[in-house]
Ligand binder design. Structure first.
Ligand SMILES: [Zn+2]
Length: 403
């Protein structure tokens, strides 16, 4: 299976001054580092077997990545020969790190994430109301300052990745984020100026799809439909034939604004009866008598809920979600469907109904089985995910990372 990639396709002809051999070496370095990043420690033999490269090529590539400070040797799990001498595995150098930033209506989260998806530190700043872009940048800057001494002492930070619940273009400008109240704001450029490092921004659901396909339930899955993301909005991310579906200007996958009931509740986008408005934690929280539940707290609440009004509302929302899922599965033909955030919690209490929704019977043919999974990374998803945006350049050209 092809791994999911954000990077553009490699040009057919080498740029001026570079030979085909240079390009092949760059691609091989990128393959080995990307593999170690997503899989963790591997032996040289495993690297060779997975990439199809011979032993001496792998040895040379590992040596170059070690000199670049991007990988290191670690005690391995395999033993060689009769003497049983332990081998050394190669693992990513997790002190090479990226800042991961997430903007939500009620919180700004900043994390420091190392190669291999290791979360070194995280800081969550709660806000009473959605922060303006200017205020958001201030909060991120003060969070980074709080980590500054640690960063300067221990880490090489390659840049920052930012997850936004809304439409984000390729330049990192937010076209619109209804839940944050942001419109036409160059937020990545603002943050980059303030932090003095490159910042890449993306839609939170697309980032979730990418992270699950690199580290979670979607490893090795070429066609994946990801639905969910935040606790209070629904985004979609689609991996089609191994590549994240971008669409015009990168806005594909706004599945939360699929209309499921034209006479339904008013949605933040202005329409009525969007999936996001009908399947919503905002409707359930008052019935539960709780506010601002996170995913772990919601699991506990739903696990013990006996209130008939809660149960009726959960059943109604699961029914609506089922209809939407059946439509999405018919439209995109995924191998695996991943539900995260609020929808992941609904899946845990209504697996049977939702599994039935993805059992497709096109034109009376035999039902095709599609895997339906809750996102594996859970609360780590949106810490690890945004950092992937910041690691993209390094992973596609490790030799460009000197100094
Ligand atoms: Zn809508």
């Amino acid at each position: 299976m092809t791994p999911a990639v954000f990077e553009p396709a490699t040009p057919l002809a080498p740029p001026a001054g570079r030979t085909t051999n240079d390009l092949i070496r760059q691609q091989n370095l990128a393959s080995v580092l990307s593999l170690l990043h997503s899989r963790g420690a591997l032996s040289r033999a495993q690297l060779g077997a997975t990439t199809g490269l011979n032993r001496s090529t792998v040895t040379g590539l590992v040596m170059e990545l070690t000199e670049l400070g991007l990988v290191r040797e670690a005690p391995g799990g395999e033993r060689t020969g009769k003497v049983g001498r332990p081998t050394l595995d190669i693992e990513p150098e997790d002190h090479v790190a990226a800042l991961s930033v997430r903007a939500e209506p009620h919180a700004v989260t900043v994390a420091l994430v190392g190669l291999g998806g290791v979360v070194h530190a995280r800081l969550r700043h709660d806000t009473a109301s959605p922060p303006s872009p200017r205020r958001f940048v201030q909060i991120v800057e003060s969070s980074v300052e709080a980590m500054r001494a640690d960063i300067d002492r221990h880490y090489r930070v390659v840049g920052a990745g930012l997850a936004v619940p809304g439409l984000v273009n390729a330049n990192g400008s937010v076209l619109v984020s209804p839940t944050l109240g942001w419109k036409r704001d160059p937020v990545a450029a603002r943050l980059s100026d303030q932090l003095g490092m490159p910042v890449t921004a993306g839609n939170d659901a697309s980032i979730g799809a990418l992270a699950e396909s690199r580290f979670g339930v979607g490893v090795g899955v070429g066609n994946l439909l990801y639905l969910g993301g935040a606790m209070h909005s629904i985004g979609g991310g689609l991996i089609i034939d191994g590549t994240l579906l971008r669409g015009t200007s990168g806005y594909a996958g706004e599945l939360g604004h699929t209309v499921v009931d034209p006479r339904g509740r008013r949605c933040v986008c202005g329409r009525r009866g969007c999936l996001e408005a009908e399947v919503s934690l905002d409707i359930l929280e008052p019935l539960l008598g709780r506010r601002k539940l996170d995913e772990d707290e919601l699991d506990v609440e739903l696990g013990v809920a006996r209130n008939p009004r809660v149960m009726t509302e959960v059943t109604r929302q699961v029914e609506v979600l089922s209809i939407a899922l059946t439509n999405f599965v018919n439209a995109f033909s995924p191998e695996t469907v991943v539900l995260s955030g609020y929808l992941g919690a609904l899946l845990s209490v209504s697996r049977e109904r939702l599994a039935d929704a993805v059992r497709v019977h096109p034109l009376g043919a035999e039902g095709r089985t599609i895997r339906l999974e809750r996102a594996h990374l859970r609360s780590r998803l949106m810490l690890v995910g945004p950092a992937e945006l910041a690691f993209a350049d390094l992973l596609s050209n490790p030799a460009g990372f000197r100094g």
